[in-house]
Write a protein that binds this ligand. Structure first.
Ligand code: TYD
Ligand code: MG
Length: 459
């Protein structure tokens, strides 16, 4: 029977185990199990006999009242990823590594929405009010009418939210919240789940948009955002490579919009600046394109983005050759290398292979296969691709190059940025000024690379 007692909860995925072990059997994380005391919430799991259930009133699909308009913050890159602004009464979790800029982004979102007339509050459990104020001043947001508070006690936060008529509330972060209904410490799975659950209920009941920060954690000390993903309406992840100023906002789950949109920001001295036209951002500008580089014409969400794939294939000095990849999927790299080896005779045994997507972007489209293959072959053969050439296409295990979606949009963007040639699968005509080299087999594409007769005719 339900008794108060100790459980062992994985702080990474939230799975509950009866006994401690070094590795979570559910998600495979090491050292992530922590003992937590669960207290049964009053009323939960109580015997149902003679209970005072209130019965359920069903409703139809026809609308009784028009849905309230979304809260538009005016930060377009953020609004678009949300699906056109924040839906009143929705709960959004912003997940990201510590230091990536989550507090900065949400402070800007909060301030901009407030300047457009929404009633906004920013509640931080990590920084003092004075610190937040200083940061807002530095970012030029001193005039924004937002309400600030530094608080971690859930009871006080909920109480305040019930009293004030707010449109938008930022909670930074869910791992600092603490509910006195539970004995477990702040940041534990039990606490994080209980607090987020309470805030989600409050959001729905009072129609306020709740934006919550969740730190992605590497060790098992505090619960990660994954343990509450199922409770919120949207999960946005905020990513950025260390050493690059670019930050990408991506929808991982969204009940009110598409999840393939990205928002691009640049971190500067005055906070995050929107990057409205990111297509040329990830290109290595200037100079000749060297061997091992291929420009991929990709699509992120609804926008085309051109990005350089850089490969290095070098003799290995180790017994087991190294394969390292940044910004792309390691499994996909292994597949492309296997196809190059099996279908084109390009061997990688005893050679180290490094693949890097420039600018800190993460590419997940299968359309990037051909660009990766071209970069690898270009490095292996020591032959540079033409400076003004873009590449895209999906590669199958049989060595075919398959057409990809939105080819015209990719080619149009390439043409706009001055590219005059494209190595592509069969499909629609390109825009004027871009000469297409169509390939249906990977081997054909490889024959073009390093081929002195890489002459695509007059555009
Ligand atoms: P922060 O929003 O505090 O990160 P998070 O809440 O995700 O932990 O951002 C921290 C980093 O951002 C910090 O290393 C400094 C940098 N930063 C700037 O470069 N410019 C700025 O204007 C601000 C506010 C922060
Ligand atoms: Mg922060």
């Amino acid at each position: 029977m339900a008794r108060d007692g100790a459980i062992h909860a994985c702080q990474s995925c939230g799975a509950v185990h009866a006994k401690w072990s070094g590795q979570c059997a559910a998600c495979g994380a090491w050292n992530s199990l922590a003992e937590e005391v669960v207290t049964r919430p009053p009323g939960a799991l109580a015997p149902t006999r003679g209970s005072k259930a209130r019965g359920l009133a069903f409703e139809g699909l026809e609308a009784h009242s028009p849905a309230p308009p979304r809260i538009v913050t005016g930060i377009e890159e953020f609004d678009r990823v949300c699906g056109g602004g924040v839906v009143p009464g929705s709960a959004i979790l912003l997940a990201g590594d510590p230091g990536v800029g989550k507090s900065t982004l949400l402070l800007q979102v909060c301030a901009q929405a407030a300047m457009r007339g929404a009633a906004c509050a920013y509640i931080s459990g990590e920084e003092a009010v004075e610190q937040i104020r200083a940061r807002a001043h530095r970012m030029g947001l001193a005039a924004a009418p937002i309400r600030l508070a530094a608080e971690t006690a859930l009871r006080d936060i909920v109480d305040a939210l019930k009293r004030e008529a707010l449109d938008l509330v930022v909670i930074d972060s869910v791992q600092t919240l603490w509910s006195d209904a539970h004995e477990a410490g702040p940041g534990s799975v039990t606490q994080v789940r209980a607090c987020v659950g309470e805030l989600v209920r409050l959001a729905k009941r009072r129609g306020v948009g709740v934006l919550m920060v969740g730190h992605v954690t590497k060790d098992g000390q505090i619960a990660g955002p994954r343990v509450v993903e199922h409770m919120v309406d949207a999960v946005l992840s905020f990513e950025g490579e260390r050493g690059y100023p670019f930050r990408i906002l991506r929808g991982a789950k969204n009940r009110f919009g598409a999840t393939d949109e990205i928002g691009v920001f640049e971190m500067g001295d005055a906070g995050l600046a929107e990057v409205r036209n990111p297509s040329a951002l990830f290109l290595n500008e200037g100079g000749e394109r060297s061997a091992g580089a291929a420009v991929f014409a990709g699509i992120e969400g609804s926008r085309p983005v051109l990005v350089e794939f850089q490969a290095l294939v070098a003799p290995s000095v180790y017994g087991t050759p190294r394969r390292a990849v940044v910004g792309w999927d390691g499994g996909r790299l292994a597949m492309v290398m296997a196809v190059l080896e099996a279908r084109c005779g390009l061997g990688f045994a005893a050679r180290d292979v490094y693949l890097n997507v420039a600018g800190g972007l993460r590419i997940s489209e299968p359309a990037a296969d051909l660009a990766a293959a071209a970069a690898l072959a270009s490095s292996a053969l020591g032959a540079a691709l033409p400076q003004d050439c873009v590449v895209f296409g999906e590669i199958s295990l049989s060595g075919d190059v398959r057409p990809v979606s939105r080819m015209e949009m990719r080619l149009k963007e390439a043409a706009k940025l001055g590219f005059r040639r494209a190595l592509v699968p069969g499909g629609p005509e390109g825009p004027p000024g871009v000469a297409l080299t169509r390939v249906t087999r990977l081997a054909e594409a490889m024959a073009h690379i390093g081929d002195a007769t890489w002459d695509l005719g007059a555009p």
